[in-house]
Design a binder for this molecule. Structure first.
Ligand SMILES: C[S@@+](CC[C@H](N)C(=O)[O-])C[C@H]1O[C@@H](n2cnc3c(N)ncnc32)[C@H](O)[C@@H]1O
Length: 248
């Protein structure tokens, strides 16, 4: 499920150019995520971001605190290439190609492990974290952040929603406790976003939101989405993002 170069470039331009234009009704959860990472990290903390994509979160973090040291990893060669370009301004961000299920680091070396919507192993996250330190996972709840897409595309929506690293079923917090984490809790949100159709299609091309998505073959579905959910601000997409915290 690692990104191709085309997907990685699309993601990069979507995050830089389109995301800031999308109207949000509710809390800006990614801002809360970044605030919490900064709040819980020591002043000169060492952080790992697993499945970093284009490293847009590490860039935000280093701009908030230049004393942090961030190791940022992704399995996709393409994402690593773009992440390196985006982080070239700082010698405090190290970009590596690695698998979130098998981290190339010794035990207990990080002050924080962070993950935003990416495959990884909870066991590995626990292993590389220092005692008493925090793992912070930005995930989604039962709608998987795309409620209206689910309604229109049915079981083709979110093929990765049952993956271990994403699973939002009951027992999510207990899974972390079973791995040894001591304090586990989460903040959950309900957010509405208003997209143009072009923005939805663009995001569906680089994020596996719908299995085998093809804008041409799926044009009737997209029309139905527009007809049902178009508002004066754009096409409404309801999400239930969450931020999970687990302390070792
Ligand atoms: C939905 S994107 C999220 C990217 C970034 N965290 C963000 O929030 O923009 C998922 C990322 O996980 C990466 N990925 C997929 N499988 C992985 C694995 N086994 N280990 C590390 N990264 C992986 C993909 O290449 C992609 O960049």
């Amino acid at each position: 499920m690692a990104d191709t170069l085309e997907q990685a470039r699309l993601r990069d331009s979507f995050i830089k150019e389109e995301l800031p234009k999308i109207k949000i009704e509710g809390i800006d959860v990614d801002k809360v995520y970044v605030d919490k990472i900064i709040e819980k990290a020591p002043e000169r903390g060492k952080i790992i971001d697993i499945g970093t994509g284009n490293a847009h979160i590490p860039v935000k973090l280093i701009n908030r605190n230049r004393n942090l040291e961030i190791f940022t990893i992704d399995l996709s060669k393409a994402s690593v290439r773009i992440a390196k370009e985006n982080c070239s301004f700082s010698d405090k961000i190290h970009v590596l190609r690695a698998d979130g299920h098998n981290l190339p680091f010794r035990d207990s070396v990080f002050d924080e492990v962070i993950v935003r919507l990416a495959p990884h192993s909870i066991k590995e996250a626990y292993r590389v974290l220092k005692e008493g330190r925090c793992y912070i996972h930005r995930a989604c709840g039962i709608y998987n952040c795309w409620k209206e897409i689910h309604e229109i595309f049915g079981e083709r929506a979110m093929p990765y929603a049952t993956a271990e690293w994403w699973k939002t079923s009951e027992g999510r917090l207990e899974r972390y406790e079973m791995r040894g984490f001591k304090i586990v809790y989460e903040m959950s949100f309900l957010v509405k976003k208003y997209y143009t159709m072009d923005q939805i299609v663009m995001e569906m091309k680089f994020n596996p939101i719908v299995r085998d998505f093809d804008p041409k073959k799926d044009k009737h579905k997209l029309k139905e989405l527009e007809r049902k959910y178009k508002t004066k601000w754009g096409i409404r997409i309801t999400g239930d993002p969450l931020i999970l915290f687990a302390r070792k």
